[in-house]
Design a protein. Structure first.
Length: 175
C-alpha cells in the first residue's frame, strides 16, 4: 500500500508541470504586448511633432500603461513559475532580478494588486485628460466616468485590505 501511495504522491507532485504551458503562454502574450508597444510608439512619433501637449501626455501614458502590464506579466511569470513549478536556475547571473526567488505568494499578491491600481490610475488619468471632450449632458458618459472612478477606488481599497490582512497575518512584520 505504501508503494501505491508513493506512486500517487509522485504523480501529484509532477503534475505541477502542467502549469508550465500557461507560463509559456504568458511569455508569448508578453511578446505580443511588445508588438502593441511598438505600434503605439510608431503612432506616437508624429504626435510629438504635430499634436498638442495633452495628446503627447496621453500617448506617453498609453506607453507607460503597456509597460506596466508587461511588468505585471513578468512578475506573474517569474514568481508564479518559481512558486508553483520549479526554481529558475540562472547560475547566479548578474542580471537576475534581486526580488526573484524571494517573492512569496503574499508578496506576489501585493505586487499584482499594486500593478492593477497603477494601471487603473493611468487609465483614469487618460480619461481625465479627455474629460473636456466628453458631453457630460449625456448620461452614458457620466455613468462611464463614475464607474471608472468607482472601480479605481475599489482597486485602491482592495489593495489596502490585502496589505492590512497580510500585516495582521504576519504579526505586524513587513515582507
Amino acid at each position: 500500500m505504501k508503494q501505491v501511495e508513493n506512486v500517487l504522491e509522485d504523480f501529484i507532485f509532477k503534475s505541477r508541470w502542467l502549469l508550465a504551458p500557461f507560463y509559456v503562454g504568458l511569455v508569448l502574450a508578453m511578446a505580443l504586448l511588445l508588438v502593441k508597444f511598438f505600434k503605439a510608439f510608431v503612432d506616437f512619433v508624429p504626435i510629438v511633432f504635430t499634436g498638442t501637449g495633452e495628446e503627447v501626455i496621453i500617448n506617453i501614458l498609453t506607453l507607460v500603461d503597456v509597460v506596466m502590464i508587461a511588468n505585471l506579466l513578468l512578475i506573474i511569470i517569474f514568481a508564479g513559475y518559481e512558486t508553483f513549478v520549479s526554481k529558475i536556475d540562472t547560475a547566479d547571473s548578474v542580471d537576475r532580478p534581486s526580488w526573484m526567488g524571494h517573492v512569496g505568494f503574499s508578496d506576489l499578491k501585493m505586487k499584482i494588486m499594486g500593478s492593477i491600481v497603477a494601471i487603473s490610475g493611468i487609465e483614469l488619468l487618460k480619461l481625465f485628460m479627455h474629460v473636456n471632450t466628453y458631453d457630460l449632458s449625456v448620461t452614458a458618459n457620466n455613468y462611464e466616468l463614475a464607474w471608472r472612478i468607482v472601480l479605481h477606488i475599489v482597486f485602491v481599497l482592495s489593495g489596502l485590505v490585502f496589505a492590512l490582512s497580510d500585516k495582521i497575518a504576519s504579526g505586524g512584520k513587513s515582507h
